[in-house]
Design a protein around this ligand. Structure first.
Ligand code: URP
Ligand code: ZN
Ligand code: ZN
Length: 464
């Protein structure tokens, strides 16, 4: 069936105009001031977007769906995560493949990809985490890039003994990534510093979730960004700092950008709208708000929004990492170091950015589209197929009602997690219609699509 979206206000990263959009098959075939229904195929669905925005499908460049981590497994699979993403206006996910230090990269890639292939309703790609870097791993990483279209790596400077990479391996990996044109995304917190701080706090009897932030203060993250940037400066590698949470880390990133380091910066929804006081809630409720880097002191939020507006921060993702409060987060009742890290927000991201970013005037609509879609497409090799509205692009579109006020609750969330970090929050703005490659997959916050329809997006390396 063809699709005709009429009377909408089309917003891209650069433009803002009224037009009708006609989609045939999987792509956008016409964008004109007026397209009459009589000029379309007989089999056309007409959507009236009067009073609404039409955005390109949103891209979340940082999610965890299959995640064996901290002695447990994240709660979502591609069915629940796709439904959540689509209900919230996100049409493409980039998931982190996070194997353990003994796993072979290629079998990890196949394991993650197989889970997505059977259940995804969104289109998807992966960042390949490099946790092991011996000769076999190097060979397999090359094959993953060359044969499977995965053009980005992920490294963890954090999580000592579980996911972190030695400096020697990091340096070699960045040299290899540069030679291959692969961008390396990185979690920038020093594993040794965090480990030492955790031990000190626990020994002092400071075991509650409120001590998670003091165990990895802003200076640890800023040092991580500087550290990664130094290695990138020496190797020429292109890097991307994920989930940057605070002003000192942004300053370290901007300093590197000014030195000419090819560094892009990501913020994630939880850090933009939640602060450290959530993790200080009593009755162990604070555990729901334990993620890494931690939720910070409130002034850091304004710094992040300002950096998004200035362009120093390019993207807004989620770092969706869903662990139940009961049965998972509470594994850390006797020590915050055992609370599985993560806050889910793949369904809420777009509305949170619209409500707290656009409606407050912190960013404009074009910046919202750039940060939540277009920039990720450009950085990660999905453009021009994804991330914008143009003839020939995939018909991934979001007809967005900017006046729809609704209340966030875990009860209306498709994520399988048993809480929402935003429970009871009233936000204004909601995706009314969401399409992936020309087919409607969500309406008014409800998934109406097809499980298993999502496709792996093969990407070419561009970061030489
Ligand atoms: O707390 C977080 N961020 N959990 C997921 C793993 C990671 O570091 O991205
Ligand atoms: Zn991380
Ligand atoms: Zn993450």
């Amino acid at each position: 069936m063809a699709l005709l979206i009429k009377n909408g206000r089309v917003i891209t990263a650069t433009d803002d105009f009224h037009a009708d959009i006609y989609c045939e098959g999987e792509t956008i075939s016409r964008i004109e001031p007026t397209i009459s229904e009589s000029d379309c195929s007989d089999d056309v669905e007409v959507v009236d977007a009067g009073g609404k925005y039409v955005f390109p499908g949103f891209i979340d460049p940082h999610v965890h769906i299959h995640l064996p981590f901290m002695g447990t497994n994240a709660k979502d699979d591609y069915e629940s995560a796709s439904k959540a993403a689509l209900a919230g206006g996100t049409t493409t996910l980039i998931e982190m493949v996070c194997p353990g230090p003994d796993d072979e990269p290629l079998s990890a890639f196949h394991e993650w990809n197989e889970k997505a292939r059977t259940l995804a309703a969104v289109d998807y790609s992966f960042h390949m985490a490099v946790v092991r870097f011996d000769e076999l791993a190097k060979e397999q990483l090359r094959a993953i890039v060359r044969e499977h279209g995965i053009a980005s790596f992920k490294v963890f400077l954090a999580y000592k003994g579980a996911l972190d990479l030695s400096d020697a391996d990091l340096f070699e990996l960045l040299k290899m990534a540069k030679e291959m044109g692969v961008i390396t995304t990185a979690h920038c917190e020093n594993a040794e510093a965090v480990d030492a701080m955790q031990k000190k706090l626990v020994a002092e009897g400071k075991t509650g979730p409120e001590f998670h932030e003091p165990s990895r203060p802003v200076c640890v993250e800023a040092e991580g960004v500087h550290h990664l940037s130094t290695f990138a400066e020496l190797t020429g590698a292109h890097i991307y700092a994920v989930h940057t949470s605070c002003e000192p880390a942004v300053r370290a990133a901007v300093a590197a950008q000014l030195r000419g380091v090819n560094l892009w910066v990501e913020a994630v929804a939880p850090h933009l709208v939640l602060d450290e006081t959530s993790a200080q809630r009593g009755n162990f409720e604070g555990a729901k708000y334990v993620m890494s880097p931690p939720l910070r002191a409130k002034p850091n939020q304004e710094a992040l929004w300002n950096a998004i507006r200035s362009g120093a921060v390019s993207t807004i993702g989620t770092d969706h990492a869903p662990f139940d409060f009961h049965g998972q987060k509470d594994m850390g009742r006797d020590a915050f170091t055992k609370i599985p890290n993560g806050i889910p927000s793949v369904q809420e991201r777009v509305d949170l950015v619209h409500h707290f970013g656009v409606r407050t005037g912190r960013i404009d609509l074009n910046t919202m589209v750039a940060a939540c879609s277009t920039n990720a497409a450009r950085i990660f090799g999905l453009a021009p197929r994804k991330g914008t509205i143009r003839v020939g692009a995939d018909a991934d579109l979001v007809v967005y009602d900017p006046e729809c006020t609704h209340t966030i609750s875990h009860k209306s969330s498709y994520s399988r997690v048993d809480y929402s970090a935003f429970e009871g929050w009233e936000v204004t703005g909601r995706a009314a219609i969401v399409t992936v490659r020309g087919e409607v997959q969500a309406r008014d916050g409800e998934f109406v699509g097809t499980i298993g329809r999502g496709r792996l997006l093969k990407r070419e390396p561009t970061h030489f």
